[in-house]
Design a protein around this ligand. Structure first.
Ligand code: ATP
Ligand code: MG
Length: 1008
């Protein structure tokens, strides 16, 4: 905000103020004035002005001159004796008035021009009282209620003018919009937060948001440096609605720690459900906050908005909010209004009675009637004073019954041009840009601007709102209807046909502005096309709007929008319907999946698949089945496998090699992960990968690739697995990629575990767990991976604790996996403690298909249990049984492609052979084990293999070779330990495990 003389230049809202009055200024004139003021210390040449303000168009010096003239007129400046702008002939201009910078934060944004305002002392007094409490750190939630036009907004404006004068007060304002606004999650909150951020110069607020509310900062990509976006992106992945709500509460608390904030939410009766969540959360939080949340609302307007009524009621009952109920003016207030409006003319008191009677005291009607009296010449200004042209007693009958009638009369008196502009404006909405009303031609644009300016000057129907930027950066003047009833009055006059035509025309005018950077436009466009009966386009934009909501983690709102779109489908011609229906269903399935509603997710994909089958569209059917397999993987792996089998078969009919490769990879990969290892499936995956690589630039990575990353590390191809998984970490701000990301993390962790890079795996697990906790989402996947890591690091009690936690807390997913891993850890713990029988029972349970259902990698855990079982028999000691189990183990492990499992199987067999004193078998087994670890270069089984080789060499009297193996075992042990952070307790756990101690401390004896 710049101040000079009596003027304030509000660079945030692009407007000029003279005292409390907003001065109308065309956009370019404002820009020019701003440029001059911002360079007030020097001469600004005409070339510089042209370059700065007319970058893309050629205009002559004359145009600049014309604008300067206009500005001077507005400022009341004289060229011969300039107070503000001095002309330096043939060179340029200099702004000569002293300019001061005013703290931007102390100014209320976009206040309405106050005019003659009746001071609602009692209501304002209560507001001031609440404000004082808020300033003292006691948060205040205040609802200003009352019927349409009773003066809620006016009261808030009046209060803000006073509050805004204090130096340490921030003000932010969000407007809830009727219609599409209710479909845009957090619409008013984002407007308010955007205002706050834009009003700050020093970046402090951006830093606060970055720290406290990254999910909100991410909604304003232009405030985030490109290099920071990716980190922020990672930080917010998988965010839930709860997290977004909590974060904005925390951020507002941080912002109000040292400075008061008045947050105004206008017309809360039109708010989206997410915004109501924020209001509810803000009201219920306990910590100190210098926040005054001021919400205006009408009494319940429709049944489906009863969410607000319930919230309001609940907050009242719990004394968490204040309500200031506004009533219509009483006669003395009407009199006060008239006195203010007409310079205390003597007739004010007399006229108050009739006007009060006819308006019911409703301020909106009072002011409309007064305006009407002036327009119709009943009240006139003569010789500088207001007078009545008829006696008061005779005035009464001229006043129309209803506002609509009165406005109709006013409207009919306008020129055709004015009427046409207002009609179009009423279709755009309560607030509109003059740009939207034009038809794209320069002359027309100027004409619309002039008409709006003229209407606003005469205070007819509209008033200036601000100079604002459109989605594509074009600056345009914005106006708004005096009141929503004025807006509706004009809109209601339109016939159904012209409404529909105008909505289409406005929709098409706005459509080119729609781009990835202007997501909010989607809901608005959807509304226009729906009203234009262009349901196909409406549905398409609704889907975009649903995507926006999902990107704001308001997945439930996204579902609402999708259901609305779904409801429009029957109005579409059949041939258009199918394509949109399947797209909507797919989004619905995704949304349910993200919410963890697996059954509903599967149902949506199933419907999609059935629809596609009916239509004979195999490509869509295959796509739907591929999606369906995801929720089924958790609900019923066998069905997931069967569905993918069908998809793969169907896909063969499509003659699309890349598409076929995707489905094949998904089907074969799912079988490998959820059923059993088959070499044929592994080959199918590899062949599909080769096809993907050839068409890499045309095909974005799909979910199939994340499945493949897991397959790769199970083949010992861990470096490649890491690479495959890394493409699943989304680079862009995408919620629909959340599942991909989850699987990508899982793939990365699994590869790191296989590589023995425990520390890195643990870091990913920990950050992801923290993130899930922040998001209030279930961290099941990371608990499983940590249990896996703890098993490998021989922290068996730790692994069991995690599995118990999983079984206790996870209500969504089947618990077979947790039970199995927990049981395995219990078996190994018993083995370490010499309780071989107990250990054996644990391992036998795992092998039993009745005890262990199918789940992700169930066969891997069964083979691990098989290792344990052979060792348990060795400890029993029962060498014969150990041999039987070792043979079974070899068979199972060698049927996989996992070098770790194979090395473990050979190593176990070598130990059994040593117990049998079958030195030749032992030698051969060790050689095979060594070959397996060499192939995969992994320390997780290598240390064990060299440990066994050390034992064998000592037993066979080859001391030198024994020492070599021991040294190598120790090297691998060190590599594992050193992969952890220096202070990680798991280091000591691993080093203290009996099998490790035996190697490290030669004197340490175990029974192995
Ligand atoms: N205190 C006041 N003094 C003078 N005029 C007023 C006052 N309050 C309201 N008005 C007149 O009534 C009109 C409507 O008031 P306002 O917009 O504040 O109503 P509202 O309660 O916010 O309505 P809505 O529920 O539709 O938002 C104003 O434009 C103004 O002309
Ligand atoms: Mg209002």
């Amino acid at each position: 905000m710049k101040r000079f003389d009596r003027f304030r230049l509000d660079t945030t809202n692009h407007c000029l103020w003279r005292g409390d009055e907003r001065v109308p200024l065309a956009p370019k004139a404002f820009d020019l004035l701003r440029y001059l003021v911002e360079h007030a210390d020097r001469l600004v040449t005409q070339e510089e002005i042209l370059e700065a303000l007319w970058t893309d168009t050629f205009v002559s010096h004359e145009v600049v001159k014309k604008y300067v003239l206009g500005i001077r007129k507005v400022l009341g400046d004289r060229p011969d004796k300039p107070t503000f702008i001095r002309t330096i002939p043939r060179r340029g201009y200099q702004f000569v008035a002293p300019v001061t910078d005013e703290a931007r934060t102390s100014v209320a944004p976009a206040l309405a021009a106050p005019g003659s305002i009746v001071d609602r002392r009692a209501a304002r007094g209560r507001l001031e009282g609440c404000f004082e409490l808020a300033r003292g750190g006691e948060r205040q939630i205040v609802f200003v209620t009352g019927s349409a036009g009773v003066g809620k907004t006016t009261l808030v404006d009046l209060f803000l003018q006073h509050a805004g004068r204090r130096p340490d007060v921030r003000i932010a304002r969000g407007q809830c919009l009727e219609g599409f606004g209710g479909q845009e999650a957090y619409y008013p909150m984002l407007e308010a937060v955007g205002q706050l951020v834009r009003a700050e110069d020093d970046g402090r607020l951006i830093r606060t948001l970055g720290k406290q509310a990254p999910t909100w900062l991410m909604q304003f990509p232009s405030f985030v440096r490109v290099d920071e976006r990716e980190a922020l992106q990672r930080e917010i992945l998988g965010t839930t609605r709860e997290r977004m709500v909590r974060e904005i509460c925390e951020a507002l608390e941080a912002i109000t720690a040292d400075q008061s904030l008045v947050l105004v939410l206008e017309d809360l009766h039109w708010a989206d459900p997410s915004t109501l969540d924020v209001v509810s959360a803000l009201a219920r939080r306990r910590g100190p906050s210098r926040l005054l949340l001021l919400a205006t609302r009408r009494p319940a307007v429709a049944v489906h908005r009863s969410g607000l009524s319930r919230l309001h009621q609940d907050l009242v009952v719990h004394q968490l909010c204040q309500e200031i109920r506004l009533e219509a003016f009483r006669p003395p207030e009407v009199s006060e209004y008239l006195a203010l409006e007409f310079d205390h003319a003597a007739f004010a008191a007399d006229l108050a009675g009739p006007i009060h009677r006819h308006s019911g005291g409703k301020p909106l009607f009072v002011s409309a009637i007064v305006r009407d009296l002036v327009t119709s010449g009943v009240i006139v200004r003569e010789g500088g004073a207001w007078t009545l042209t008829a006696p008061v007693e005779r005035i009464e009958p001229g006043v129309p019954e209803s506002l609509q009638q009165m406005l109709n009369v006013q409207f009919d008196q306008l020129t055709e041009g004015e009427q046409s502009v207002l009609r179009r404006a009423s279709v755009v909405g309560q607030r509109f840009s003059t740009w939207a009303l034009g038809d794209g031609k320069e002359a027309d644009a100027a004409g619309v601007d002039d008409v709006c300016e003229g209407l606003a000057e005469r205070r007819l129907f509209i008033r200036p709102a601000c100079i604002g930027e459109l989605a594509d950066g074009t600056v345009s003047a914005h106006y708004e209807f005096h009141h929503s009833l004025y807006h509706q009055a004009v809109y209601r006059r339109l016939s159904e046909v012209s409404r529909s035509k105008l909505h289409r025309s406005i929709g098409e005018r706005l459509e080119p502005l729609f781009a990835p950077g202007t997501p909010a436009l989607a809901a608005e466009l959807a509304l226009h096309f729906e009203k234009a009966h262009d349901y196909g386009r409406a549905v398409r934009y609704l889907m975009r709007a649903a995507d926006n909501a999902a990107q704001r983690f308001a997945v439930r709102d996204s579902l609402d929008v999708l259901q609305h779109a779904f409801g429009l489908l029957p109005r579409l011609p059949l041939q258009q319907r199918f394509e949109l229906e399947v797209q909507i269903l797919e989004r619905i399935g995704d949304a349910h999946y993200v919410l963890g509603a697996m059954v509903e997710s599967a149902a949506a994909f199933e419907t999609e698949s059935a629809l596609a089958a009916e239509a004979g569209d195999t490509a869509v059917e295959v796509q739907a089945q591929s999606c369906l397999a995801r929720p089924l993987g958790l609900l019923d792996p066998d069905r997931a496998i069967a569905v993918l089998q069908e998809a793969a078969a169907a896909s063969a009919r499509l003659h699309d090699p890349a598409g076929q490769a995707r489905v094949d990879m998904l089907a074969a990969g799912t079988r490998l992960l959820y059923d059993t290892w088959r070499a044929g499936d592994a080959r199918t995956c590899a062949a599909a990968q080769a096809i993907h690589q050839r068409s890499a630039d045309r095909q974005p990575p799909g979910f199939d690739r994340m499945v493949y990353a897991h397959v790769q590390s199970l083949q010992g191809d861990c470096a490649a697995a890491l690479e495959t998984a890394s493409v699943g970490v989304p680079k862009r701000h995408e919620t629909r990629g959340a599942m991909m990301h989850l699987w990508a993390l899982s793939g990365q962790i699994q590869a790191l575990l296989q590589l023995g890079r425990f520390g890195e795996a643990l870091r990913i697990i920990r950050t992801s767990r923290e993130m899930a906790e922040k998001n209030g989402s279930d961290p099941w996947l990371f608990l499983y991976r940590e249990a896996w890591l703890r098993t490998l690091a021989m922290d068996f009690p730790g692994a069991q604790r995690l599995c118990e936690e999983l079984m206790r807390c996870s209500s969504v997913y089947p618990t077979g996996q947790a039970k199995t891993i927990g049981r395995l850890a219990a078996g190994y713990e018993a083995l370490d403690q010499g309780r071989a029988d107990e250990a054996r029972r644990c391992f036998e349970d795992i092998r039993d298909p009745a005890e262990t259902p199918r789940f992700f990698l169930h066969w891997y855990w069964r083979i691990q249990a098989q290792v344990g079982l052979a060792l348990a028999w060795l400890r029993a000691p029962h060498t014969a049984n150990a041999r039987v189990e070792a043979e079974r183990l070899s068979e199972a492990a060698l049927s996989t492609a996992d070098p770790n499992l194979q090395a473990l199987a050979w190593e176990t067999r070598a130990r059994v052979a040593m117990a049998e004193a079958d030195w030749s078998d032992a030698e051969q087994s060790i050689a095979q084990a060594a070959a397996a670890v060499t192939r995969s270069d992994t320390p997780i089984s290598a240390w064990r293999v060299h440990g066994a080789a050390w034992d064998l060499c000592r037993k066979t009297g080859r001391d030198e070779a024994a020492a070599g193996h021991r040294a190598r075992a120790l090297t691998h042990i060190s590599a594992l330990v050193n992969s952890f952070e220096p202070d990680e307790p798991l280091r000591l756990t691993f080093l203290g495990a009996p099998a490790v101690r035996r190697i490290r401390e030669e004197a340490f004896v175990t029974e192995a």
